[in-house]
Design a protein around this ligand. Structure first.
Ligand code: SF4
Ligand code: SF4
Ligand code: SF4
Length: 253
């Protein structure tokens, strides 16, 4: 099967948040009470019950006074996925035939290591401590259906299809550089930006931390073999989080 992807075109996004709502509905994610943080953006960050968030960026301009930029923030379905490299629980994170990075809550052990290895700060954890993130609607795409966010978008700002075709179509419309084309052996969420990606709050040079690569190559195989697995896990945790502190690193609602 050829690799599938999403092409996100912020230029034609109108910030309606239809994709945000459709994602919550399809994935049966709970409503969460939020409060005004001084922006139309809501909520102000990804949370366990929100896999796709529209980031609102207000850019002051001389001509218009202010410009709005909207962009979808979600899992990027990295070709070389840091979350999968560090995850010590077999099958908790896995690639689907379409190239999505999906997860199994049953197999997740709640160690919360994956967020430390993600160059995009994506994974969140539900009230049971299990991973929560966009899975590219793996249950829909396996049936030949588009992801809910792409299906509902009224402007075509989120499109789903063959990854190569999406890149070619973005280039045809004047986007010489497609964000995510080559990064981390290619992302499954591609962006056609006209402005600099950093203006949208995007990481321009995403990379997996060296420590994660080291542990993936050296210690994880040992833990799978059962040779000093507990020690390996403790060391991975130490590298990711540092020495144990009183305050736990969590990102629950
Ligand atoms: S964006 Fe983060 S969570 Fe998503 S596949 Fe890449 S490393 Fe994993
Ligand atoms: S692909 Fe599915 S899970 Fe991911 S953001 Fe879109 S609707 Fe949500
Ligand atoms: S549904 Fe489409 S236009 Fe509306 S916020 Fe999402 S990406 Fe933008």
């Amino acid at each position: 099967m050829t690799r599938k992807a999403l092409l996100i075109s912020p230029e034609i996004c109108i910030g309606c948040r239809g994709c945000q709502t459709a994602c919550k509905e399809w994935n049966q994610l709970d409503g969460v009470k939020t409060s005004n943080a001084g922006s139309f953006e809501n909520p102000p960050d990804l949370i366990p019950a929100l896999y796709n968030r529209i980031r609102y960026v207000e850019v002051p301009t001389e001509a218009e006074g202010q410009r709005w930029l909207f962009v979808s923030q979600r899992c990027m379905h990295c070709g070389d996925a840091g979350c999968m490299k560090i995850c010590p629980a077999p099958g908790a994170l896995y690639k689907t035939p379409e190239g999505a990075v999906a997860f199994s809550k049953e197999k997740c052990i709640g160690c919360k290591l994956c967020v430390t290895a993600c160059p995009f700060d994506v994974p969140r954890y539900d009230k049971d401590g299990k991973i929560s993130k966009c899975h590219l609607c793996s249950d829909r795409i396996s049936q030949g259906l588009p992801p809910a966010c792409a299906k509902v978008c009224p402007t075509g700002a989120i499109r789903y299809g063959e990854r190569d075709d999406l890149i070619a179509s973005a280039k045809k419309t004047g986007h010489e550089k497609v964000y995510g084309e080559m990064d981390l052996t290619g992302l499954g969420a591609l962006y056609a930006f006209k402005d600099a990606p950093r203006l949208y709050g995007m990481n321009e040079n995403p990379a997996i931390p060296e420590s994660v690569i080291f542990w993936n190559n050296i210690l994880k195989p040992l833990s799978y073999l059962g040779l000093g697995g507990a020690v390996a896990l403790a060391l991975i945790h130490y590298v990711a989080f540092g020495p144990k502190k009183n305050e736990e690193v969590t990102r629950d609602e």
